[in-house]
Design a protein around this ligand. Structure first.
Ligand SMILES: Nc1nc2c(c(=O)[nH]1)N[C@H]1C(S)=C(S)[C@@H](COP(=O)(O)O)O[C@H]1N2
Ligand SMILES: [Mo]
Length: 215
């Protein structure tokens, strides 16, 4: 990678992961507090990504779901909007220590998506790919979590580009690095494949309550 300011930031975050920075050692497995250990509440919404924020027009947008599924599919924007829409409210927690409460999301549930593609027996992992080349991995079980959705709106407005519009994933039970912005492809697999931050020292899971920040 060339030594751009962005690649310096990536190297710095990788070094923090190696050093276990920000870990408080006080897991809150009972969720006694609403704020996970080591987090602070913000009311704004910080932007974090690799510094490339792809502009994907609705006319060009496509989402492919493939891999270990009986019915792989590609949705263009009208196909996506034709799916049943849900709303859900969740808190988000970033590994860089900020949390934001009560985010209203609208979009299509991951459970609905899975019912369409029908994962094959043995499918156990999901790799999320963004239009910017970013990726992250979650287990199929976590991907299918209650409040997980493909979100096109946040707090009653279309998701803007910096936060991953037209469409991003939301996996509220994990740190936000798993919630891939500018979602392009959902790959369902039998074996795992660690994503961008997971190969750079971040935890393979990412539960904020037990501070699964780094591995
Ligand atoms: N496509 C893509 N998704 C991404 C990222 C990225 O660089 N590219 N960064 C992740 C990280 S590390 C974080 S903390 C959140 C930040 O989301 P936000 O900018 O909407 O707060 O997006 C996640 N999803
Ligand atoms: Mo992040």
């Amino acid at each position: 990678m060339p030594d751009t300011p962005q690649s310096k930031l990536i190297k710095a975050k990788q070094a923090w992961a190696a050093a276990g920075r920000l870990i408080t050692g006080k897991p809150d497995t009972e969720h006694a507090e609403r704020l996970p250990p080591g987090q602070r509440l913000v009311t704004n919404w910080p932007v974090l990504d690799l510094g490339v924020q792809p502009a994907v027009s609705l006319a060009d947008w496509e989402l492919t779901i493939d891999g270990a599924v009986a019915q792989p599919l590609t949705w263009r924007w009208p196909d996506f909007l034709a799916q049943p829409q849900i709303q859900s409210v969740s808190d988000i927690h970033c590994v860089t220590q900020w949390s934001r409460f009560d985010n209203l999301w609208q979009g299509v549930s991951t459970q609905h998506l899975l019912a369409q593609v029908q994962p094959l027996p043995g499918a156990a992992h999901v790799i999320l790919h963004g239009y910017d080349g970013y990726s992250s991995n979650v287990t199929l079980e976590n991907f299918a979590g209650e409040d997980c959705l493909l979100a096109h709106s946040h707090d009653d407005a279309s998701l803007n580009r910096v936060h991953g519009g037209p469409l991003r994933l939301i996996i509220p039970q994990y740190y936000l690095w798993k919630s891939v912005k500018w979602l392009k492809r959902i790959e369902i697999r039998r074996d795992d494949a660690p994503g961008f931050w997971e190969v750079r020292g971040y935890h393979n899971e990412g539960d904020p309550w037990t501070e699964q920040r780094y591995n």
